[in-house]
Design a protein around this ligand. Structure first.
Ligand code: ATP
Ligand code: MG
Ligand code: FE
Length: 335
């Protein structure tokens, strides 16, 4: 069973071919980071234009590398949301055109469901599981009791973890995307600056990062006014310590409460070395729960994860019609 995955929700134009839901046959990602860098963030209109330029090339390359033709493809899985509407529309329209022309079934996939399913490209999922989703636009704890069943038990009330990383990086004059830059700096510094931890209510699995972000900015401004210097690496280390402590603390608590068999990490911030190390240390003390973090190239946006999730949906009988649209605010629990 071959599924072609297409992903264009943000600034990566991606296509991949997955065999039987788990085996990567080809995985092509055209990143636009260089184009957006000089603006310090993703420019939506620019992203759409790049997707239009790249989409055909990327899909053809995925087929070529996999050594298959459209005759071999059983389904086309495409990210229908959430994301930038103009960016999503390019992938959705390409998928619809191919599905119509080649008479191939079409399956719409939720981008975050895809991030979680990136884990199935490494090993079979064990339910119930808890997924810590940490990406550019999302920070969520998702409980899955079975395939394609997503229960959001906690989510950010303001900024996503990746967004906080990118904003703090910008304040420190680091290039976009800031996450990897802060991660690198953090390892050169000491977490000696007192920053808040947003635990929220005792029984809440929600997150909040905007207060922490403001605290970092205020710390810098106050120091500048007093003519003091703060080492950026110490600020990065202190910021990262706060983010990681809360993410790990809530994940461990939820894993225990819901008696899950495994904890999966998903999304771009899962590439963070500080987070990976802290999670590994925490779950070493909890041997009844397995911890799995995908390799970095499967944490950031790609189409292999969309095809992996799309395969499960296809096997469950989900089909999207040719009137499929792009849904910028698509809900994970109801897509
Ligand atoms: P979403 O998936 O929510 O729609 P997105 O697709 O833009 O958003 P991803 O591609 O999953 O997000 O992740 C990108 C984010 O990951 C960026 O905010 C980036 O700064 C962050 N990131 C990448 N590597 C690291 C790292 N090592 N440490 C911290 N953050 C990182
Ligand atoms: Mg991206
Ligand atoms: Fe993403």
């Amino acid at each position: 069973l071959f599924v072609l995955g297409i992903e264009t929700s943000c600034d990566e134009t991606a296509a991949a071919i997955i065999k039987n839901g788990t085996e990567i046959v080809s995985n092509v990602v055209a990143s636009q980071i260089e184009s957006h860098k000089r603006f310090g963030g993703v420019v939506p209109e620019l992203a759409s234009r790049h997707h239009v330029e790249q989409i055909t090339i990327v899909i053809e390359e995925a087929l070529q590398k996999a050594n298959v033709t459209f005759q071999d493809i059983d389904a086309i899985a495409v990210t229908e949301g959430p994301g930038l509407v103009g960016a999503l529309l390019v992938g959705v329209n390409a998928a619809k055109a191919l599905a119509f022309a080649q008479q191939i079934p079409l399956v719409g996939v939720h981008h975050i469901a895809g991030h979680i399913y990136a884990n199935r490209l490494e090993r079979e999922l064990k339910f119930p599981l808890l997924a810590l989703v940490v990406s550019g636009g999302h920070t969520e704890l998702v409980l899955m009791k079975d395939h394609a069943q997503f229960e959001v038990i906690g989510e950010t009330r303001d900024d996503a973890a990746g967004e906080a990383y990118d904003k703090v990086a910008r304040t420190l004059n680091l290039p976009y995307p800031g996450g990897p830059q802060i991660d690198r700096l953090a390892h050169e510094g000491v977490p000696n600056i007192d920053l808040p931890r947003a635990w929220l209510e005792e029984d809440s699995y929600d997150f909040s990062f905007s207060g922490l972000k403001s605290a970092v900015i205020n710390t810098m401004h106050n120091a500048a006014q007093r003519g003091e210097t703060i080492k950026p690496e110490d600020l990065a280390a202190s910021f990262q310590a706060s983010v990681v402590e809360v993410l790990v603390g809530k994940t461990v608590k939820a894993a225990k409460e819901y008696n899950v068999k495994e904890v999966l990490v998903a999304g771009g911030v899962a590439a963070n070395k500080g987070l990976r190390t802290a999670l590994e240390a925490a779950f070493e003390k909890l041997p009844e729960v397995e911890l799995h973090i995908p390799p970095i190239h499967l944490c950031t946006d790609n189409a292999a994860m969309i095809a992996a999730c799309g395969t499960v949906l296809f096997q469950q009988g989900k089909r999207s019609e040719l009137n499929l649209n792009a849904y910028p605010g698509l809900d994970l629990e109801r897509f």
